[in-house]
Design a protein around this ligand. Structure first.
Ligand code: ATP
Ligand code: MG
Length: 427
């Protein structure tokens, strides 16, 4: 045997035993988007490298070391998207969706980052994202946060995640604060770890986000961005907090929440959990009023978030989910005429009952071995068709879960009988 080929490290197969959980989350998310009036946008997985450099920022972790960048056959530098916002803004500008308009958009799909794979951190992972364009006020920031809060409630994990918010102020206020912070940190440069020293002149705000325990006292003592907000940003933030209070959404103002991407301004937020170890951020977002212009569009306020599906699905690991995939019935077919007749009968049943999940046996074998397979499939009912039944026009229905009882009905009346059974099962 030749050596088998494995998947790329950090890029996972999602197997049929796991996909029901994914489909469930996806279904809840899609319904939520419709409920809030958001429209889906589908974007390419590959974009020009330049797009990410110009939006996410040259000195961010993503652009510095995480992107899958390659030359295509024309020599153009392309990148597998590490996130969705840049592509969404690019598409919005390109198709004239943004100027003088309000757009409420969502997208879903795989993202790619060359990180060290570990639990909750992969090289191909999946996000749902939401982006709103054309609305500058805190009310829309609140809408996004309320929408995510509702998502957790619908997934029955409201107790597991909590909200952290912060404001980064206007670009100008942030620049002024940045100077102050750099001066303060420079005076204490010998207390900085290597990472932070490197970031001191490239991305000093990220130092505040350091997870190094040895750095925590220093970070705690550093000047706070919230204290240096411009007046408009402070108003914006206070109004947002009031709106969250009024809606009964609990939050913690975390002055150290800065987010790793360059394009944010004003509101930033994260939903975090303690249940996933170091990879605790399930959803992250914020306002990025400068990005559309930065990418060549007209100035357009914008706000959005992205949530990581792997982490969400991991949180749902133990939850009891409605079962939408186990077959309702397994059709047992013994003998040649039954096999032929049974396949036609199955198609008639599918015509009559579009929601019926019916698994048709294939591959022959005795009644006994087929019934074993029917049982293993998890189906509630076995429908049994042999040569006798073909002659009499009947079919046997065996209850595999409850009483084990078996009854005969006319094949022509089978759809009606099954409809009655389906009505007693809630999915
Ligand atoms: P982290 O701090 O965990 O690295 P991030 O700030 O890089 O996250 P964002 O770019 O804001 O993450 O992406 C939004 C969400 O996407 C994250 O909150 C997380 O749930 C998910 N996510 C990000 N990177 C990965 C990854 N490598 N594997 C799995 N999920 C990820
Ligand atoms: Mg990251």
């Amino acid at each position: 045997m030749s050596k088998s080929i494995q998947a790329v490290r950090g890029m996972n197969d999602i197997l049929p035993t796991e996909t029901p959980r994914w489909q469930y989350v996806e279904g809840v998310f899609r319904r939520l988007m419709a409920a809030y009036g958001y429209g889906e946008i589908r974007l390419p997985i590959v974009e020009k490298t330049e797009l990410f450099k110009r939006s996410i920022g040259e000195v961010t972790d993503i652009v510095e070391k995480e992107m899958y960048t390659f030359e295509d056959r024309n020599g153009d530098s392309l990148t597998l998207r590490p996130e969705g916002t840049a592509g969404c803004v690019r598409a919005g500008i390109q198709h004239g969706l943004l100027y003088n308009q309000v757009q409420r958009l969502w997208y879903a799909g795989p993202m790619f980052r060359h990180e060290r794979p570990q639990k909750g951190r992969y090289r191909q992972f999946h996000q749902f994202g939401v982006e709103v364009f054309g609305l500058p006020g805190p009310d829309i920031d609140a809408e996004l946060i309320l929408m995510t809060a509702r998502l957790w409630r619908e997934l029955d994990m409201g107790e597991e995640v909590h909200l952290e918010i912060n404001s980064l102020g206007s670009g100008e206020a942030r620049r002024a604060y940045r100077e102050k912070l750099v001066a303060w940190l420079e005076a204490r440069e010998d207390e900085l770890d290597e990472d932070s020293r490197r970031r001191l002149h490239t991305n000093p705000l990220r130092i505040l986000d350091s997870k190094n325990p040895a750095m925590q006292d220093l970070i705690e003592a550093a000047p706070k961005l919230v204290a240096h907000l411009d007046a408009d940003s402070r108003d914006h933030f206070e109004t947002l907090c009031t709106m969250l209070d009024e809606a009964g959404v609990a939050y913690r103002v975390n002055p150290r929440l800065v987010r790793g991407l360059d394009y944010y301004s004003r509101t930033v937020f994260e939903w975090v959990t303690d249940r996933l170890g170091a990879q605790g951020t399930v959803c992250a977002g914020g306002r990025y009023d400068g990005l559309v212009e930065q990418l060549g569009g007209r100035p357009t306020p914008a706000v959005g978030f992205a949530l990581g599906l792997e982490r969400l699905v991991a949180l749902l690991e133990e939850a009891e989910l409605p079962d939408a995939t186990t077959p309702h019935a397994y059709l047992v077919l013994a003998g040649e005429t039954a096999e032929r007749g049974g396949r036609l009968l199955a198609e008639r049943l599918r015509d009559a009952l579009p929601h019926l999940r019916l698994l048709v046996h294939s591959g022959g074998g005795s009644f006994k071995s087929q019934l074993k397979k029917a049982d293993r499939s998890g189906a509630r009912l076995a429908l049994i068709l042999g040569e006798d039944e073909m002659l009499s026009g009947n079919i046997a229905i065996k209850d595999l879960r409850g009483s084990g009882e078996q009854q005969h009905v006319k094949q022509d009346e089978l759809a009606e009988s099954l409809a009655r059974v389906l009505a007693t099962i809630d999915n």
